[in-house]
Design a protein around this ligand. Sequence first.
Ligand code: FES
Length: 173
Amino acid sequence: MTQNTLENTLIDPTQNPELAANLVKILEEHKNKPGSLMVILNDVQAKIGFVSEQIQQFIANYLKVPVSKVHGVISFYSFYTTRPRGKHTIKFCMGTACYVGGAAQLIDKAKQLIGIEMGKTTDDGNITMEECRCVGACSQAPVVVVDESIHGRVQPSKVATLIRTIERLDKEG
Ligand code: FES
């Protein structure tokens, strides 16, 4: 089985009965609540960790709503992810202040050091690299968020240190 096929099996409820059962549990719990779609998607993101295209389709079928409606919510809010994340996430703010402050150079440096493209996860499942919208720390632009902690005024030369911090976090468990 290729890596891609394996990943597709994991993120597709029609091929992964355990995932389907967990989704049905979440859907049944919330489907009659006001604003149920958002509540369901939030719970899926929190408990499953991602809302893949296949999960979006599954939810749409279950709730009998167009998949475009589900997709619209997922693409509007940046906290949803469509792929499983790695153990650690390094996010680069692409809000205006950070963009002007040199976020693109930080991203280039990180891609080079980690060896993955934006939005991807390392093969060992350790680091996911993502872009994010303004995190409200514009005065410290450019900003990088490692897991939950915000690092401000990051220079390209500092990116290697941040990556080493992630590797150390991993060793500490
Ligand atoms: S633009 Fe990056 S924190 Fe606001």
